[in-house]
Design a protein around this ligand. Sequence first.
Ligand code: 2M8
Length: 446
Amino acid sequence: MRPNLGSVQLAASAAWTLSGNDIGTMITAAPRLYPHMWSWDTAFISIGLAHLNVARAARELETLLGAQWRNGMIPHIVFSEGTGYFPGPERWGAAELNADAPNSPRTSGICQPPVHAIALRRIVDIARSQGEREVAFKLLKSAWPKLYRWHEWLVRHRDPLGTGMIAIVHGWESGMDNSPRWDIPYAAVNPGPDLPAYVRLDRGLVAEDAERPSDAEYDRYLWLIEEMRKVRYDADAVVRTSSFLVGDVFVTALFALASEVLATLGEESEQPAWQIRQLRGWARRSRAAVAASHDPLTGLARDRDLRGDHWLSTSTIAGFAPLLCGGLPIDAEKAMLATLTGPDWAGHPELFAQIPPSVSPNDSGFRPREYWRGPVWPVIAWLFGWAFEQRGWLSESDHLRSECLRLAADGSFAEYYHPVTGEPLGSRQQSWTATVVLDWLHCPPG
Ligand code: 2M8
């Protein structure tokens, strides 16, 4: 039978999971599958940590920001001394090839979704509510300029059309690695005969191979790294040459949301007025780009393949991006929210809990055990819940929170879950799952 922990036990178990993943220099994303620091995982990890120890949360975020490239990019992986993950620092060769990359710690050469300002907002609020104003203020002062530079890097190097639609050069940058969103753009990535041989280490660390991407997918992931190595990770050259270049609507919505959040945090900490104005302008433009991607036929937002120069209408959870950042006409927004909570998505009658999965159970491409092709991801639900709360949709946000807690009550803190059976999948004791659970447990319904 599925275990069903009470909230005190669940909170203790989440805290225990985090301390188990703490290797002294960082909290790793997961014990075996991911023995390093991942950019957006760490943002979520620091939120949960703040409930346990604000100073520790600040340190975690600062460790990530300490690995920021000199040009402003926050790398997607900050490597620990641990081994057991492929591709590791040698395969990336970032510091060897690009003078902007730090030598120590070693990092990968791409980025991940810009959710860090949201984490900073949460940590500052939690710190204030605990009377830790001093720690909050110090963190705000040190992190804000770094996050501003990160957002500026995205605008400068990742908005190739100048429309506010933020582009990614690798599916890993979306955080939704093998989502069907990327099937068409990846079909145009042709690994060359000079792709160096490699051995995957992720297989064997999950119950079934099908829970991870296929070998053909991995060839493409690795080939894109080769392409980037050839131009020494020069940001603009990568955008010019990568065979994968997609305007990512979900990343763009997160960027718009996080830019607004960062602007407000800037006002609270007396940052330069021109930078605050700039952030609001970037948010406006990216919000408009998200709204412009709205497909009247499906009612969802779309990614844009910038190599093939066409919209990508694959229906996935990312299509609900406008609900994160706003910007749609009110009727379209209402219809979108109704779709998200309705029978095609979170309200599907067969689901274990009413949480939107990564792909609709009614979609022909729905694969309930296959990574980003169907399972439920608690962090994604957290993002929607948090955004809904900001937007004043409290009953939707509360409902998502209680359904997620019901799913997570098994105490596995799985990386992702089977949407129909609630079975834990992928890694167990995944840090970001433990931390969003902690945040939900500490926040009584609005
Ligand atoms: C997954 O991605 C990594 C590559 O970055 C992998 O599969 O090896 C994704 O779910 C990503 O969003 C996440 O940040 C990372 C660590 O949890 O794992």
